[in-house]
Design a protein around this ligand. Structure first.
Ligand code: ATP
Ligand code: SF4
Ligand code: MG
Length: 342
């Protein structure tokens, strides 16, 4: 693994076997995250974004199980570690913040008690130092009057404040990697922008690496350096963020970008992607996007394309970009309104 790469996931596969049927929630996730950078994981609901995150930290609900692949974090493959070893990485070297801060905070303890508890699990600072550190963390995440806030209970704070507390707790042990799973979707728009700004600022100050899980391309544009686009459990495109917006390659990514409002499009020109995400019980045999793809050919329907590096730092899972493409040789997935306008 490249010295500057903090996380290198290779062909991750995670399944839930229910009543003898295997649901392949994550079935071919690969991406690299350079140290100190942010990667966005995007894709429609059910595409496997959260299960990818839960697999990294091995926090999968039963009967979820990693079935294959590698999760190389620094110099270790996390899939090979014991429960004890992974516990020492969780919250220490890798932290996670979730979508709904209220359900992650315990209503019966004060904010201070919960932050100190987090600190206590990993370090033995002593009472006074713990209290000081808790206040310092609240200041770091921009909470005014931290001395007062620390004595309050979660229900006494707004949603935005609670999310700041969750970030403070995630940062308590100076993680090298922060996973943020839809950290702002439960918040209103102004607060969303503040929280994203906070994560970005902390990332720069602390030189953290971040995985930002979102279904919002606007969040990706604002916060990410790289993007992995997921469809039906698989990464279908991986590119640096500017290249992805300038020149999306996979027909699904193009569809995703055409379906979101941009400053240069009218709302009535937006084109939602037709059709639905396939059900895990009825996965297409070939390319999983084929039933919705305007370019699908016989090859697409029959055979699943691999995720191929088409140039340095750019990986695509689509037959169009291979020698085996059996459709129109001139096909240009970007021949759409979006690029015509820009
Ligand atoms: N506990 C579970 N039991 C069985 N299947 C599950 C379970 N959790 C997730 N799955 C399967 O994994 C798929 C991916 O779920 P995941 O939560 O990763 O989606 P997501 O991309 O995070 O979606 P969202 O945007 O809605 O959060 C689901 O569609 C479902 O089929
Ligand atoms: S492989 Fe075929 S069906 Fe799949 S995205 Fe590419 S062109 Fe469309
Ligand atoms: Mg999710």
């Amino acid at each position: 693994m490249n010295k500057e790469t903090i996380l290198d996931i290779k062909d991750l596969q995670t399944s839930f076997t229910v009543d003898g049927f295997e649901i392949k929630a994550v079935d071919g996730v690969s991406f690299q995250l350079p140290k100190g950078k942010t990667i966005g994981i995007v894709g429609e609901s059910g595409s496997g974004k959260s299960i990818t995150a839960m697999s990294i930290l091995q926090l999968l609900d039963k009967p979820g199980k990693i079935k294959g692949g590698e999760i190389n974090f620094k110099d270790r493959d996390l899939t090979k570690l014991s429960e004890k070893e992974i516990r020492s990485i969780r919250g220490n070297e890798i932290s996670m913040i979730f979508q709904e801060p209220m359900t992650s905070l315990n209503p019966v303890y004060t904010i201070g008690q919960q932050i100190r508890e987090t600190l206590n699990v990993h370090q033995d600072l002593g009472k006074k130092a713990e209290a000081d550190k808790a206040i310092e963390l609240l200041k770091l995440v921009g909470i005014p009057s931290p001395e007062t806030r620390i004595k309050q209970y979660p229900h006494e704070l707004s949603g935005g404040m609670r999310q700041r507390i969750m970030i403070a707790m995630a940062l308590a042990c100076n993680p090298e990697l922060l996973i943020a799973d839809e950290p702002t979707t439960a918040l209103d728009v102004t607060i969303q922008a503040q929280i994203l700004q906070l994560i970005k600022q902390l990332q720069e100050e602390l030189n953290m690496s971040v995985i930002m899980i979102t279904h919002d391309m606007g969040v990706v544009a604002e916060t990410c350096d790289y993007v992995a686009v997921m469809y039906a459990g698989k990464v279908v495109e991986y590119q640096p963020v500017n290249d992805l917006f300038k020149s999306p390659k996979h027909p699904y990514t193009v569809g995703l970008l055409n379906s979101i409002p941009r400053h240069d499009t009218d709302v009535d020109e937006l084109e939602p992607i037709k059709g639905n995400v396939p059900s895990p019980k009825n996965m297409p045999e070939g390319c999983r996007f084929a039933p919705r793809c305007p370019f699908a050919t016989e090859l697409c329907v029959k055979e699943l394309p691999a995720l191929e590096e088409i140039k340095d730092g750019e990986q695509i899972r689509c037959w169009i970009y291979t020698d085996r493409w059996d459709g129109d040789p001139e096909v240009n997935v970007n021949e759409s309104k979006r690029t015509a306008q820009s």
